[in-house]
Design a protein around this ligand. Structure first.
Ligand code: ADP
Length: 140
């Protein structure tokens, strides 16, 4: 399987509860390497650009406000099949449906405040990584 990179975000519900280290341990235990990472504060407009694909969904405004409600940790994870592997480690969008031991089963508070984001395909991963990081910030 090919080595891939994927964009991960530890969302404000998780940074507020000091869960960055516990979530990173799950990524690293699964064989994902954190090759870039920074803690930033988004504005609702910046979150809106990131989540533009959802702009027609009823929860879009709520999602943008939530993503700007506190710091996020944006990171690039690298590994074999990293995009799918990260989605596995994250668990289902709704924590009620997430498999035991996944980030969302263990930490998410609701379907909206669900602790992590992860890219869902190679093209979106490339686009999302470029939104937050320059090439010089990626240290494999
Ligand atoms: P995922 O993050 O698992 O890829 P989606 O792309 O479907 O899920 O949704 C993006 C984000 O929008 C979710 O992670 C969650 O924060 C939020 N979201 C999704 N569905 C809902 C909903 N029904 N109500 C509120 N927020 C939602």
């Amino acid at each position: 399987m090919a080595v891939e990179r994927t964009l991960s975000i530890i969302k404000p519900d998780a940074t507020k509860r000091n869960l960055t280290g516990k979530i990173n341990a799950k990524f690293e235990d699964a064989g994902l390497r954190i090759v870039a990472q920074k803690r930033i504060q988004l504005t609702p407009a910046q979150a809106g650009v990131f989540y533009e694909v959802h702009k027609e969904r009823p929860f879009y405004g709520e999602l943008c406000d939530f993503m700007a409600s506190g710091p996020v940790v944006v990171q690039v994870l690298e590994g074999e099949g990293a995009i799918a592997k990260n989605r596995e480690v994250m668990g289902a969008t709704n924590p009620a449906d997430a498999a035991p031991g996944t980030v969302r089963a263990d930490f998410a508070e609701s379907v909206g405040e669900n602790s992590v984001h992860g890219s869902d395909a190679a093209d979106t991963a490339a686009q999302e990584i470029a939104y937050f990081f320059s090439g010089l910030e990626l240290v494999g």
